[in-house]
Design a protein around this ligand. Structure first.
Ligand code: NAP
Ligand code: ZN
Length: 334
Protein backbone atom coordinates (compact mmCIF):
# COMPACT_ATOMS: atom_id res chain seq x y z
CA UNK A 1 0.00 0.00 0.00
CA UNK A 2 1.21 3.51 -0.84
CA UNK A 3 0.90 5.88 2.11
CA UNK A 4 0.46 9.56 1.30
CA UNK A 5 2.16 11.62 3.99
CA UNK A 6 3.74 15.01 4.72
CA UNK A 7 7.44 15.06 5.53
CA UNK A 8 10.22 17.54 6.30
CA UNK A 9 13.38 16.78 4.36
CA UNK A 10 15.64 18.74 6.74
CA UNK A 11 15.80 20.30 10.20
CA UNK A 12 13.00 22.86 10.78
CA UNK A 13 12.01 22.58 7.10
CA UNK A 14 8.54 22.96 5.67
CA UNK A 15 6.54 19.76 5.26
CA UNK A 16 6.01 18.52 1.70
CA UNK A 17 3.94 15.70 0.18
CA UNK A 18 5.83 12.42 0.61
CA UNK A 19 4.87 8.86 -0.31
CA UNK A 20 6.16 5.57 1.05
CA UNK A 21 5.22 1.89 0.87
CA UNK A 22 3.69 0.40 4.03
CA UNK A 23 5.46 -2.77 5.22
CA UNK A 24 3.64 -6.10 4.99
CA UNK A 25 1.03 -6.24 7.79
CA UNK A 26 2.25 -8.32 10.76
CA UNK A 27 -0.06 -10.87 12.43
CA UNK A 28 -0.36 -8.66 15.53
CA UNK A 29 -0.71 -5.38 13.61
CA UNK A 30 -3.49 -3.16 12.35
CA UNK A 31 -3.57 -0.59 9.57
CA UNK A 32 -5.55 2.59 10.26
CA UNK A 33 -7.04 4.98 7.70
CA UNK A 34 -6.37 8.29 9.45
CA UNK A 35 -9.22 10.79 9.76
CA UNK A 36 -7.56 13.20 12.25
CA UNK A 37 -4.16 13.89 13.78
CA UNK A 38 -3.36 16.49 16.45
CA UNK A 39 -0.28 18.73 16.31
CA UNK A 40 1.56 18.24 19.61
CA UNK A 41 4.47 20.54 20.42
CA UNK A 42 6.66 17.42 20.58
CA UNK A 43 6.18 17.13 16.80
CA UNK A 44 7.77 20.58 16.54
CA UNK A 45 10.64 19.75 18.93
CA UNK A 46 11.28 16.71 16.68
CA UNK A 47 10.98 18.76 13.49
CA UNK A 48 13.69 21.05 14.93
CA UNK A 49 15.69 17.99 16.10
CA UNK A 50 15.68 19.55 19.57
CA UNK A 51 15.91 16.09 21.15
CA UNK A 52 18.71 14.92 18.83
CA UNK A 53 16.80 11.81 17.66
CA UNK A 54 15.07 12.94 14.44
CA UNK A 55 15.65 11.14 11.15
CA UNK A 56 14.76 12.93 7.90
CA UNK A 57 12.56 12.67 5.92
CA UNK A 58 10.53 13.16 9.07
CA UNK A 59 6.76 12.54 9.09
CA UNK A 60 5.38 13.97 12.36
CA UNK A 61 2.15 13.04 14.10
CA UNK A 62 1.31 10.97 17.17
CA UNK A 63 -2.27 11.93 18.00
CA UNK A 64 -3.92 9.64 15.48
CA UNK A 65 -7.61 8.81 15.08
CA UNK A 66 -9.03 6.68 12.30
CA UNK A 67 -10.76 3.49 11.21
CA UNK A 68 -9.07 0.11 11.03
CA UNK A 69 -8.85 -1.03 7.39
CA UNK A 70 -6.76 -4.18 7.92
CA UNK A 71 -6.07 -6.41 10.92
CA UNK A 72 -3.53 -9.26 11.26
CA UNK A 73 -4.66 -12.81 12.07
CA UNK A 74 -3.62 -12.65 15.75
CA UNK A 75 -5.55 -9.45 16.49
CA UNK A 76 -8.58 -10.45 18.58
CA UNK A 77 -9.62 -7.34 20.55
CA UNK A 78 -10.10 -5.06 17.51
CA UNK A 79 -11.57 -5.55 14.05
CA UNK A 80 -11.79 -3.86 10.65
CA UNK A 81 -14.13 -0.86 10.90
CA UNK A 82 -13.38 -0.04 14.55
CA UNK A 83 -12.63 3.62 15.32
CA UNK A 84 -9.35 3.75 17.23
CA UNK A 85 -6.64 6.10 18.40
CA UNK A 86 -2.85 5.79 18.72
CA UNK A 87 -0.63 8.14 20.74
CA UNK A 88 3.11 8.60 21.09
CA UNK A 89 3.74 4.91 21.74
CA UNK A 90 2.95 2.30 19.11
CA UNK A 91 4.91 -0.70 20.34
CA UNK A 92 6.88 -2.16 23.25
CA UNK A 93 8.82 -5.31 24.13
CA UNK A 94 5.78 -6.80 26.01
CA UNK A 95 8.09 -8.74 28.36
CA UNK A 96 10.10 -6.40 30.60
CA UNK A 97 9.23 -5.66 34.24
CA UNK A 98 7.47 -2.46 33.12
CA UNK A 99 5.41 -3.97 30.30
CA UNK A 100 4.14 -6.86 32.44
CA UNK A 101 3.01 -4.45 35.18
CA UNK A 102 1.07 -2.16 32.83
CA UNK A 103 3.77 0.53 32.65
CA UNK A 104 4.57 0.08 28.95
CA UNK A 105 5.15 3.86 28.66
CA UNK A 106 8.59 3.42 30.27
CA UNK A 107 9.64 0.29 28.31
CA UNK A 108 13.10 0.78 26.81
CA UNK A 109 11.98 -1.18 23.74
CA UNK A 110 9.37 1.45 22.91
CA UNK A 111 8.26 2.06 19.33
CA UNK A 112 7.53 5.78 19.06
CA UNK A 113 4.84 6.61 16.53
CA UNK A 114 6.79 9.35 14.75
CA UNK A 115 10.37 8.63 15.81
CA UNK A 116 11.03 4.98 14.99
CA UNK A 117 8.63 5.11 12.01
CA UNK A 118 6.74 7.57 9.80
CA UNK A 119 3.96 9.24 11.82
CA UNK A 120 0.36 10.35 11.53
CA UNK A 121 0.45 13.39 9.22
CA UNK A 122 -0.54 10.87 6.59
CA UNK A 123 -3.33 8.82 5.04
CA UNK A 124 -2.54 5.60 6.96
CA UNK A 125 -0.62 4.29 9.94
CA UNK A 126 0.31 0.73 10.80
CA UNK A 127 1.30 -0.58 14.26
CA UNK A 128 1.08 -3.22 16.98
CA UNK A 129 -2.66 -3.51 17.74
CA UNK A 130 -1.95 -3.47 21.52
CA UNK A 131 -1.24 0.25 21.22
CA UNK A 132 -4.49 1.17 19.47
CA UNK A 133 -7.37 2.04 21.78
CA UNK A 134 -11.06 2.05 20.83
CA UNK A 135 -12.63 5.50 21.00
CA UNK A 136 -15.79 5.66 23.16
CA UNK A 137 -18.94 6.55 21.18
CA UNK A 138 -19.44 9.76 23.19
CA UNK A 139 -16.23 11.32 21.85
CA UNK A 140 -15.99 13.14 18.54
CA UNK A 141 -12.98 12.04 16.43
CA UNK A 142 -11.46 15.52 16.12
CA UNK A 143 -11.76 16.02 19.89
CA UNK A 144 -10.37 12.57 20.62
CA UNK A 145 -7.13 13.17 18.65
CA UNK A 146 -5.47 15.55 21.17
CA UNK A 147 -6.42 13.21 24.02
CA UNK A 148 -4.20 10.45 22.59
CA UNK A 149 -1.02 12.30 23.65
CA UNK A 150 -1.94 15.64 25.25
CA UNK A 151 -4.83 14.20 27.26
CA UNK A 152 -3.13 11.14 28.69
CA UNK A 153 0.12 13.02 29.33
CA UNK A 154 -1.59 15.32 31.83
CA UNK A 155 -4.07 12.72 33.16
CA UNK A 156 -1.41 10.13 34.03
CA UNK A 157 0.58 12.29 36.53
CA UNK A 158 -2.68 13.11 38.34
CA UNK A 159 -3.19 9.37 38.87
CA UNK A 160 0.49 8.44 39.37
CA UNK A 161 1.15 11.23 41.91
CA UNK A 162 -2.28 10.67 43.54
CA UNK A 163 -3.95 14.06 43.18
CA UNK A 164 -6.61 14.50 45.88
CA UNK A 165 -9.55 16.96 45.99
CA UNK A 166 -8.09 18.93 48.93
CA UNK A 167 -5.00 19.90 46.96
CA UNK A 168 -4.02 23.21 45.41
CA UNK A 169 -2.78 22.40 41.92
CA UNK A 170 -1.11 24.86 39.56
CA UNK A 171 -0.83 24.22 35.84
CA UNK A 172 1.99 26.16 34.18
CA UNK A 173 1.50 26.85 30.44
CA UNK A 174 -2.04 26.86 29.11
CA UNK A 175 -1.49 25.31 25.70
CA UNK A 176 -2.60 21.98 24.24
CA UNK A 177 -1.59 19.98 27.31
CA UNK A 178 -2.12 22.70 29.90
CA UNK A 179 -5.72 23.51 29.05
CA UNK A 180 -6.60 19.82 29.36
CA UNK A 181 -4.71 19.66 32.68
CA UNK A 182 -6.90 22.50 34.02
CA UNK A 183 -10.05 20.57 33.02
CA UNK A 184 -8.90 17.25 34.51
CA UNK A 185 -7.58 18.74 37.77
CA UNK A 186 -10.88 20.62 38.19
CA UNK A 187 -12.78 17.37 37.53
CA UNK A 188 -10.61 15.68 40.21
CA UNK A 189 -11.98 18.35 42.60
CA UNK A 190 -8.69 20.20 43.14
CA UNK A 191 -8.34 23.96 43.67
CA UNK A 192 -6.77 24.82 40.31
CA UNK A 193 -4.60 27.79 39.36
CA UNK A 194 -3.70 28.44 35.72
CA UNK A 195 -0.26 30.08 35.39
CA UNK A 196 0.18 31.63 31.97
CA UNK A 197 2.16 34.22 30.05
CA UNK A 198 -1.01 34.99 28.02
CA UNK A 199 -3.41 37.19 29.97
CA UNK A 200 -6.01 36.69 27.22
CA UNK A 201 -6.39 33.04 28.30
CA UNK A 202 -7.81 34.01 31.71
CA UNK A 203 -11.54 33.96 30.95
CA UNK A 204 -11.41 30.50 29.37
CA UNK A 205 -9.21 29.04 32.11
CA UNK A 206 -11.76 30.16 34.71
CA UNK A 207 -14.60 28.78 32.58
CA UNK A 208 -12.87 25.36 32.52
CA UNK A 209 -12.71 25.20 36.31
CA UNK A 210 -9.57 27.10 37.35
CA UNK A 211 -10.32 29.14 40.47
CA UNK A 212 -7.31 31.40 40.04
CA UNK A 213 -5.30 32.79 37.12
CA UNK A 214 -1.74 34.05 37.46
CA UNK A 215 -0.23 36.17 34.68
CA UNK A 216 3.41 35.09 34.89
CA UNK A 217 4.65 37.53 32.26
CA UNK A 218 5.44 40.17 34.91
CA UNK A 219 8.85 39.80 36.59
CA UNK A 220 8.73 38.72 40.24
CA UNK A 221 5.26 37.15 40.02
CA UNK A 222 6.34 33.68 41.14
CA UNK A 223 8.30 35.03 44.14
CA UNK A 224 5.01 36.29 45.60
CA UNK A 225 3.60 32.76 45.50
CA UNK A 226 6.12 31.02 47.78
CA UNK A 227 4.76 27.91 49.57
CA UNK A 228 1.38 28.01 47.81
CA UNK A 229 0.81 24.80 45.84
CA UNK A 230 0.68 21.10 46.69
CA UNK A 231 1.41 20.21 43.08
CA UNK A 232 2.75 22.20 40.13
CA UNK A 233 2.39 20.60 36.70
CA UNK A 234 4.77 22.13 34.16
CA UNK A 235 3.44 21.83 30.61
CA UNK A 236 5.53 24.62 29.09
CA UNK A 237 7.39 24.01 25.81
CA UNK A 238 10.25 26.32 26.85
CA UNK A 239 12.81 26.58 29.66
CA UNK A 240 11.92 28.68 32.73
CA UNK A 241 13.62 29.42 36.07
CA UNK A 242 12.43 26.25 37.75
CA UNK A 243 13.79 27.23 41.17
CA UNK A 244 11.15 30.00 41.31
CA UNK A 245 8.47 27.39 40.65
CA UNK A 246 9.99 24.97 43.18
CA UNK A 247 9.75 27.70 45.82
CA UNK A 248 6.03 28.05 45.06
CA UNK A 249 5.58 24.40 46.13
CA UNK A 250 4.48 23.81 49.76
CA UNK A 251 6.37 21.43 52.06
CA UNK A 252 5.57 17.81 51.05
CA UNK A 253 4.57 19.17 47.63
CA UNK A 254 5.68 18.22 44.14
CA UNK A 255 6.95 19.96 41.02
CA UNK A 256 6.13 17.68 38.10
CA UNK A 257 8.00 18.20 34.83
CA UNK A 258 6.03 17.33 31.68
CA UNK A 259 7.26 19.85 29.10
CA UNK A 260 10.19 18.79 26.92
CA UNK A 261 11.57 22.27 26.30
CA UNK A 262 13.89 21.97 29.31
CA UNK A 263 17.32 20.33 29.31
CA UNK A 264 18.20 20.69 33.01
CA UNK A 265 16.16 21.42 36.12
CA UNK A 266 18.22 23.35 38.64
CA UNK A 267 16.61 23.84 42.04
CA UNK A 268 18.14 24.74 45.42
CA UNK A 269 18.57 21.78 47.74
CA UNK A 270 17.58 23.22 51.18
CA UNK A 271 13.83 23.67 50.43
CA UNK A 272 13.85 20.21 48.86
CA UNK A 273 15.45 18.60 51.91
CA UNK A 274 13.85 20.62 54.71
CA UNK A 275 10.37 20.60 53.20
CA UNK A 276 10.52 17.04 51.83
CA UNK A 277 9.52 18.42 48.44
CA UNK A 278 9.79 16.32 45.29
CA UNK A 279 10.79 17.10 41.71
CA UNK A 280 9.27 14.41 39.49
CA UNK A 281 8.57 13.72 35.88
CA UNK A 282 5.82 12.18 33.83
CA UNK A 283 5.91 10.56 30.44
CA UNK A 284 2.82 9.91 28.23
CA UNK A 285 0.69 7.00 29.55
CA UNK A 286 0.19 3.27 29.03
CA UNK A 287 -2.59 1.84 26.81
CA UNK A 288 -4.69 1.04 29.91
CA UNK A 289 -4.20 4.62 31.19
CA UNK A 290 -5.28 5.95 27.77
CA UNK A 291 -8.39 3.78 27.91
CA UNK A 292 -9.22 5.02 31.41
CA UNK A 293 -8.61 8.68 30.41
CA UNK A 294 -10.87 8.33 27.35
CA UNK A 295 -13.68 6.84 29.43
CA UNK A 296 -13.25 9.55 32.08
CA UNK A 297 -13.27 12.25 29.38
CA UNK A 298 -16.43 10.84 27.78
CA UNK A 299 -18.20 10.51 31.15
CA UNK A 300 -17.18 13.98 32.40
CA UNK A 301 -17.66 15.55 28.94
CA UNK A 302 -14.06 16.78 28.89
CA UNK A 303 -12.86 17.66 25.41
CA UNK A 304 -10.05 19.87 24.14
CA UNK A 305 -10.78 23.22 22.52
CA UNK A 306 -9.47 22.74 19.00
CA UNK A 307 -8.76 24.52 15.72
CA UNK A 308 -9.02 22.35 12.61
CA UNK A 309 -6.63 22.55 9.64
CA UNK A 310 -6.88 20.53 6.43
CA UNK A 311 -4.01 18.01 6.29
CA UNK A 312 -2.74 19.78 3.14
CA UNK A 313 -2.42 23.00 5.20
CA UNK A 314 -0.17 21.34 7.77
CA UNK A 315 2.48 24.08 7.57
CA UNK A 316 -0.11 26.69 8.59
CA UNK A 317 -0.99 24.59 11.64
CA UNK A 318 2.65 24.17 12.64
CA UNK A 319 3.31 27.92 12.26
CA UNK A 320 0.31 28.75 14.46
CA UNK A 321 1.50 26.33 17.19
CA UNK A 322 5.05 27.76 17.04
CA UNK A 323 3.64 31.27 17.51
CA UNK A 324 1.42 30.19 20.46
CA UNK A 325 -1.62 31.34 18.48
CA UNK A 326 -3.68 28.14 18.52
CA UNK A 327 -6.57 27.95 20.96
CA UNK A 328 -5.72 25.38 22.21
CA UNK A 329 -4.86 22.38 20.02
CA UNK A 330 -4.48 22.23 16.24
CA UNK A 331 -6.02 19.14 14.66
CA UNK A 332 -5.29 18.08 11.07
CA UNK A 333 -8.24 16.67 9.15
CA UNK A 334 -7.97 14.30 6.18
P1 NAP B 1 1.72 24.09 23.23
O1 NAP B 1 0.33 23.76 22.85
O2 NAP B 1 2.58 24.81 22.30
O3 NAP B 1 1.66 24.84 24.64
C1 NAP B 1 2.82 25.23 25.34
C2 NAP B 1 2.49 26.44 26.21
O4 NAP B 1 3.67 26.79 26.92
C3 NAP B 1 2.11 27.69 25.44
O5 NAP B 1 0.75 27.72 25.10
C4 NAP B 1 2.45 28.76 26.45
O6 NAP B 1 1.41 28.86 27.42
C5 NAP B 1 3.66 28.19 27.17
N1 NAP B 1 4.89 28.76 26.63
C6 NAP B 1 5.40 28.62 25.38
N2 NAP B 1 6.56 29.29 25.27
C7 NAP B 1 6.81 29.86 26.46
C8 NAP B 1 7.85 30.68 27.00
N3 NAP B 1 8.90 31.05 26.24
N4 NAP B 1 7.76 31.07 28.28
C9 NAP B 1 6.72 30.72 29.05
N5 NAP B 1 5.69 29.94 28.60
C10 NAP B 1 5.74 29.53 27.33
O7 NAP B 1 2.53 22.74 23.59
P2 NAP B 1 1.96 21.32 24.07
O8 NAP B 1 1.65 20.48 22.89
O9 NAP B 1 0.94 21.54 25.12
O10 NAP B 1 3.27 20.67 24.72
C11 NAP B 1 3.85 21.29 25.87
C12 NAP B 1 5.19 20.62 26.19
O11 NAP B 1 4.94 19.28 26.63
C13 NAP B 1 6.11 20.49 24.96
O12 NAP B 1 7.45 20.71 25.39
C14 NAP B 1 5.92 19.04 24.55
O13 NAP B 1 7.00 18.51 23.84
C15 NAP B 1 5.77 18.39 25.91
N6 NAP B 1 5.12 17.07 25.90
C16 NAP B 1 5.55 16.18 26.84
C17 NAP B 1 4.96 14.94 26.93
C18 NAP B 1 5.37 13.98 27.99
O14 NAP B 1 5.00 12.80 27.91
N7 NAP B 1 6.06 14.42 29.04
C19 NAP B 1 3.93 14.61 26.03
C20 NAP B 1 3.50 15.56 25.12
C21 NAP B 1 4.10 16.80 25.06
P3 NAP B 1 0.90 30.30 27.97
O15 NAP B 1 0.48 31.08 26.74
O16 NAP B 1 -0.23 29.91 28.85
O17 NAP B 1 2.05 30.90 28.73
ZN1 ZN C 1 2.67 14.59 22.08
Amino acid sequence: MTVKAYAAKSKSGLLEPFEYQAKELGADQINIEISHCGICHSDIHLLDDALGITKYPYVPGHEIIGKIVAAGDSVKHLKVGDRVGVGWQSGSCHHCEFCVTGNENVCSGMESTCVTQYGGYASHFQCDASFAVKIPDGLDSADAAPLMCGGVTVYQPMRYYNLTPNQKVAVVGIGGLGHLAVKYAAAFGCEVTAISTSANKKAEALEWGAEHFVDSSAKGTMAKLANTYDVILNTVSADLHWDEYMKAVKPLGKLIMIGLGTADVTVSAPPLVLGQRIVGGSWIGSPSMIEEMLEFSARKKIAPKIEKFEMAKVNEGIKAVRENKVRYRAVLVN
